[in-house]
Design a protein around this ligand. Structure first.
Ligand code: S3P
Length: 224
């Protein structure tokens, strides 16, 4: 379980688990190697399909990875976390890339990864919090898929992230607050839908996103 999972409301996590009764998860080994995962029901019949890639954006600690993963399990669709994919592709941790090569080098790789993921069949894609900082990324997000902005304030984000050592850009609260404020207009402009995650658990957020994606025609019942 990720640290964000652990620190977000247990009550909602349990509620979601109950609604998924009778399901099990299996992931293709090849896909797992690059951070892709697909969850199926026991009968291996995905229930939903995506008509477009769905990008989760928002500040560190918003719950992008946990919510995308939960939603993927709930709906039997594939998900990928950009940072996990990037780390496996590069054979290095994000924090080591920052330390050894700096933020610009990380951003260049991030753009390449975004491009690669764009070319795959539609997935739920949890993006790194800084993906909106590059204009070419913003353009790809806007043109290539459907964007879900998960809003969190910096105080709540800080309380959800217990190990900040893995987040080179979330070391001190004041700098994080400023960074979030600078990014907010980009998150808002790129978003097709916004979900305020304040005080909510992973499952509650995933259900809200599921409802909105269905309403927008992005998540559809799979025809048998
Ligand atoms: C970053 C967010 C991180 C990761 C990197 C930079 C950012 O991802 O991509 O540390 O600039 O906000 P999460 O948002 O998944 O923590």
């Amino acid at each position: 379980m990720s640290e964000v999972d652990q620190n977000m409301s247990e009550e909602n996590v349990l509620e979601g688990a109950a609604s998924e009764e009778g399901r099990s998860t299996c992931s293709c080994a090849q896909n797992e190697a690059v951070g892709l995962s697909t969850s199926f029901s026991k009968r291996e019949e995905p229930v939903y399909e995506l008509t477009r890639p769905v990008f989760f954006i928002g500040f560190m600690g918003a719950g992008k990875t946990s919510v995308a993963r939960k939603l993927a399990r709930m709906c039997g669709v594939g998900s990928v976390d950009m940072d996990t994919y990037l780390e496996r592709r590069e054979g290095k941790k994000v924090k080591d890339i920052f330390e050894e090569s700096g933020e610009d080098a990380f951003r260049a790789i991030e753009t390449e990864v975004l491009c690669e993921l764009m070319g795959k069949d539609p997935l739920l894609i949890s993006c790194g919090g800084g993906v909106v900082t590059r204009p070419e990324n913003r353009e790809m997000l806007e043109q290539g898929g459907f964007v879900v902005f998960l809003y969190v304030d910096v105080e709540e984000a800080a309380s959800r992230i217990s190990d900040k050592s893995s987040r080179p850009l979330f070391q001190d609260l004041e700098a994080a607050r400023q960074r979030n404020e600078e990014r907010l207009p980009y998150y808002q402009a790129a978003a097709n839908i916004t979900v305020d995650t304040s005080g909510k658990g992973v499952s509650a957020i995933a259900r809200e996103v599921r409802y909105l994606l269905k309403r927008e025609g992005v998540l559809c019942l799979r025809q048998k």
